[in-house]
Design a protein. Structure first.
Length: 341
């Protein structure tokens, strides 16, 4: 993991160059939602069974303590503030959509390239589990908080929001476009152009081709946005191929990890903009290497313990996000030739 430069070192560098550092912008802490504690049945027997991917079985009872989770996925702008403050380098190797047998390839593209960062309010991509932890360490140091990734159990519990249906809102995949950015009619056209292949889209239109501004769709019952679709979200747990002997107290499972081809693997959840009805299920599990970066699948969302002082978003994040959402709605309306307010 890259080391974050100390503040003293940054000040020394500024003084040696004969320039004073400008006052830094207020750190943009995330808007958080309090998730009530409770017990739920984690997992599903309805998901596909693939020996090379983590299973969502056996279904097991888990009790989760109340905690906080970010209302939105971590954005380009939030991650950029960290990079600008520290000089952190993520590397330029990132999986992207391509016309290959897999529909993707690893190429020289970064999190802040325009293709991955259409606005400061899009979810950050092309960042790894290691990169996410570096950001969380910095954000915690700047705010005096203890930000972290959610555990896999916390993530699924928050995503399902008290539901026991296929999706948090019910069983009909055609309703996904009201709640998520997924592989729909708009997405199919754009993704087919990039990959040269076609797939069965969800029979709805969410208005986005690839990723989009966070919070554009309806929240779940607990007020959290984009838990399905947009980007998949890395969690704290390392890979286990099933839920046998999994913790039942909602904590992250970080021992006895299952590697892949000798590489350490972690879990990500929630599907992404390229997900169909199966991939958008809140119970389906994905995996990634700790240093893997992808513009096809992975971003992250922040969590914190309930015992910490409530976080207040700074830098007028909510107001600026509302403006970005309005601009995105106007852009969509213009592309469809429809009036907009």
């Amino acid at each position: 993991m890259n080391k974050i430069p100390a503040l003293a070192a940054l000040l020394a560098l500024a003084c040696s160059s004969g320039h004073l550092l400008a006052a830094p912008a207020p750190v943009v802490a995330p808007l958080m939602v309090t998730i009530p504690g409770g017990t739920f049945a984690m997992g599903s027997t309805a998901n596909p069974k693939d020996p090379n991917r983590p299973s969502s079985e056996p279904v097991h009872s888990v009790t989760v303590k109340s905690f906080r989770i970010a209302k939105y996925e971590t954005t380009v702008g939030q991650f950029r503030q960290f990079v600008d403050a520290t000089g952190y380098q993520t590397g330029d190797d990132c999986w992207k959509l391509a016309a290959t047998d897999w529909g993707m390839e690893s190429g020289k593209v970064r999190w802040n390239d325009l293709v991955n960062a259409a606005s400061e309010f899009h979810p950050v991509m092309c960042v790894s589990w290691d990169d996410a932890h570096a950001y969380l360490q910095w954000l915690s140091s700047q705010t005096g908080r203890k930000f972290r990734l959610p555990s896999e159990a916390e993530w699924e519990y928050a995503a399902r929001a008290g539901s026991n249906t296929r999706y948090p809102f019910g069983d009909d995949p055609a309703m996904l476009c009201q709640y998520a950015n997924v592989f729909d009619r708009s997405g199919k056209a754009a993704i087919t152009k990039l990959t040269g292949t076609t797939g069965k889209e969800i029979a709805c239109d969410d208005g986005a081709e690839l990723t989009t501004v966070v919070g554009m769709y309806a929240p779940n019952a607990w007020g959290v946005h984009d838990m399905q679709g947009n980007v998949g979200e890395l969690v704290e747990d390392c890979q286990h191929m099933n839920y046998d002997t999994a913790p039942v107290d909602g904590t992250a499972w970080t021992a006895g990890c299952a590697a892949l081809h000798g590489s350490a693997m972690v879990i990500h959840r929630g599907g992404n903009y390229n997900s169909g009805p199966v991939g958008a299920s809140p119970t389906l599990r994905g995996h990634a290497g700790t240093d893997n970066r992808s513009s096809v699948a992975e971003g992250f969302r922040i969590a914190e313990d309930i015992s910490d002082k409530p976080a207040a978003a700074t830098g007028n994040f909510a107001a600026r996000l509302s403006k970005a959402q309005a601009q995105e709605r106007a852009t969509r309306a213009r592309s469809r030739g429809a009036p907009h307010g």
